[in-house]
Every structure is written in C-alpha cells, then in structure tokens.
Design a protein around this ligand. Structure first.
Ligand code: S3P
Length: 425
C-alpha cells in the first residue's frame, strides 16, 4: 500500500495513550508458555510481530486465547513437539528467543521466517547455544533453523555484541541447562528479560552488564503491558518538529535501558518532560509531554548509548535534519542487520527528501537544519520503523511525499495513523 503524507493540518495538540510494548508482549507470551498454569496478559500488542510469537507457542501445544480487549489467557502444561514448522514471520525476537527455549527441550523443531527474517544473521545465537551443548543446523547461519532438543549445560559467555535478543536467547537456554549460565555484554542492552524472569521466580541475578541464571521453573503471571517507547519515539519527534505542537504521550515504558531517545533529545535542547512515573511489574512507566522546539542542536551519538536507542535511529535521523549543526551517529553497525539495512535505507530515503546525510561504516552523519522537500516517492523497504520515520518527515516536508509499502507499519504499530488523527489540529 502506498501512503501519501502532506502538511494539511496546523499543529499537533492533545493526549494519546501509547500502545503496548512489542518487546514485552513477546516476552510475556513466550515466558508464560513455559510457566505451567494459567497466565493473564492485559493490553497485549496488536502488532504482527508479537502475534508471530503467539502462533509459534500455539503450535507448541500451548492453549492461548485472546479476546477483543486484547486480554490474553495462556494455559500451559509445558511445550510439546510441533507437527508444523514454526513460522516466525518478520520477527527476529520470536526466532531468537524461542531458539533459546527450544534448544533444551526433549523434542526437535524447525524455525522459518519471511524473506527479510531469512536473510538475518543467526550465528550470534547458534554459536553460544552450541557451546551449551545444543544441536542446531541452519542455512549457513540463517533460517531455517533446525533444532534437535538436547541436554544443555551452563556456560560463561562473554558476548561481543550488546544485543537483547542474543542475551535473552542464552538466558532462556540457561533456564533449562544444568549448572550456572553467565552472560556479559559490552554495554547493557534492554533488560526486560531479566526483570520479567526474576518476577516470574527464575533464579537470576544481575549486576550492570553481567547476568547469572540457573535452571529454574517459572510461575505464571498476571500482568499488563505498558506502552512502547519505540512507538512513542515517532510522536516525540513529530511533537518537537511540527510548529506549535504540545502533546502528551501516556503510559510509556521508561525502563532506563530503553530511554536513550529521551537523553538524546534533551541533549539536543528539546522541551520534554516526564511525569506521573510509577512501576508495573518492576518496570518504570510514565507520561511524556513534548513541545515544539525550534532551536535544537546536533550532537554526537556513540556506541555507549546505541543499545538504549537501537530501534530509534531512523526517527532520530529525521530529527537530526531539523537540528542546527552536525549529528554524528557511530558504533551502530548492527543497524545493517535489522529488518532492512537501516544505515543504507535511512540515508537513501532521507537524501531523496533533500537531507544532508552521509552513510559511514558504523552509522551516519547528518548536517542541519534542512528544509525537507516533497513531491517524492520514498521506499519503506518493508521496514516498519523506516515507514513510520518517513511519515513523520512528511509532516514537515514542503510538498507531499509518498511512501511505498506503508502497511508494513502493522508489524509494530497498526494504531499509528488513528493516533496521529487524534492530535492533528
Ligand atoms: C529487541 C532487541 C533489539 C531490537 C528489536 C527488539 C528485543 O534487537 O532491535 O527490535 O525485544 O529484544 P537486538 O537485540 O538484535 O539489538
């Protein structure tokens, strides 16, 4: 589906509630599937990706019902071998996390994905799982992945990557492995897995970027998923760059391992405020008020903060076009392995809009402030976050822009346009 965006509105004003966090929805469904008994998950994501996790768990014999209010009931009596291949769609989180769970079962599984997922690297999970004793075959370290259930043992893993998917995969395998598994990463990546596993009774302890886990049984949960800061990010940037905007984003997850975008926009000089901060299941949640900020400045964004904003780089690049001076993003080479090569795709499409942006080996350099032009057809490359970022760019471009394959936003954020409609004044 091709989408056209134009400036046929004056400003953005009002309050919206940000929809359910994708990372948490995946974890809640996967972990309650291995926790024997009945779990209740409220405010489950409408995104296609978390629904891939539901389908995979159903195929593994878990009874999962979802009602029209997006309340999910999971009844688990343990996983059973699937007669079918486990299709993970576009979802890297589904494939990498379930691999950790399946490696230590007493049955075999085959994991498949769509074209994009089948081209993404899986060596990062296959290597540590093999060190734990897993029996895994793949197509040159890409999907399909064939896992023959084995007895696993704990390892001390020192990861070169700061990746929550790799960390979660190893920790989940550690839940089924004999002995102790430890995991160390260069910078701490999102720690939802650690927090939720602990909340569900796993024997896990964390100290900064070091985590230790032992074989454990999980207890079922009754939880409510908070809003996704990675979805809020599109509204944060829209509020900052659309003249005279003043918006409130409610119920946003504010786990410090995810709030790199807040630190970045504050450093750029944004008028942004967090309030009503509270906790849901040991996770920080709150509201965000954002106002139009015409005097933003370019900044350096380096490897020390990248894991805390990894999914926000396409939208931060749009913001950087509206900052005075240079924004340099470095240490972000893993962007090449996302749903698209996000260094190449972001730079190519923002250039079409007239941005002064250059790709580097591990990031990009953007010089602003630039008036974005329109009358262009842009590509989303079937990457939900790029499609959403281009839409936000379209809100301030001189003429309308079109975005190809815009419907891929449904991977993470099907509610986006309705919410945008609510605050367009
Ligand atoms: C995710 C981790 C990140 C992120 C992805 C979701 C997760 O991937 O890009 O959208 O839920 O664990 P990496 O761990 O590969 O950086």
């Amino acid at each position: 589906m091709q989408k056209t965006v134009s400036q046929n509105f004056k400003t953005l004003k009002g309050e919206i509630t940000i929809p359910s966090d994708k990372s948490m929805s995946h974890r809640a469904i996967l972990f309650s599937s291995i926790a024997k008994g009945k779990s209740i998950i409220k405010n489950f994501s409408n995104g296609k990706d978390p629904h891939s996790s539901i389908e995979v768990c159903k195929n593994l014999g878990i009874d999962i019902k979802i009602n029209s209010d997006r309340i999910v009931e999971v009844n688990s009596n343990g996983l059973k071998m699937s007669k079918n291949n486990l299709y993970c769609g576009n979802s890297g989180t589904t494939m990498r996390l379930i691999s950790g769970i399946l490696a230590g079962q007493n049955f075999d599984s085959v994991l498949t994905g769509d074209e994009s997922l089948s081209s993404r690297p899986m060596k990062r999970i296959i290597e540590p799982l093999r060190l734990m004793g897993a029996n895994i075959e793949s197509n040159d370290f890409k999907a399909p992945i064939i896992i023959k259930g084995s007895e696993l043992h704990g390892i001390e893993y020192n990861s070169k990557l700061s990746s929550a998917q790799v960390k979660s995969c190893v920790l989940l395998a550690g839940l089924f492995a004999n002995g102790v598994t430890t995991y160390k990463e260069p910078q701490i990546s999102r720690n939802h897995t650690e927090i939720l596993l602990k909340y569900m009774g796993a024997k896990i302890s964390c100290q900064g970027n070091f985590t230790k886990i032992e074989k454990s049984e999980l207890n079922p949960i009754n939880t409510e998923i908070f809003g996704d800061i990675s979805s809020a990010a599109f509204f944060i940037v829209a509020g900052l760059i659309v003249p005279n905007s003043d918006i409130i984003l409610k119920n946003v997850g504010l786990n410090p391992t995810r709030t790199g975008i807040i630190d970045v926009v504050k450093k750029m000089g944004a008028d942004i405020e967090l309030f009503d901060i509270h906790e849901i299941c040991a996770e920080k949640v709150g509201n965000i008020r954002v106002k139009y900020s015409p005097d933003l400045k370019g900044i350096d964004i380096d490897s020390t903060i990248i894991p805390r904003l990894i999914d926000e780089i396409p939208i931060i690049s749009v913001l950087a076009t509206q900052c005075q001076g240079i924004t340099k993003i470095s240490g972000a080479q893993d962007l090449k392995n996302k749903e698209s090569d996000r260094i190449l795709t972001t730079v190519t499409e923002l250039k079409k809009l007239g941005a002064n942006i250059t790709a580097t080996q591990d990031g990009m350099i953007i010089e602003g402030k630039t008036k974005l032009k329109g009358n262009v057809l842009t590509e989303s490359y079937r990457d939900h976050r790029l499609a959403l970022s281009l839409y936000v760019a379209g809100l301030i471009s001189e003429n309308e822009i079109s975005i190809n394959d815009f419907d891929w936003i449904n991977i993470s954020f099907p509610e986006f346009e309705n919410l945008m409609q609510e605050i367009r004044g």
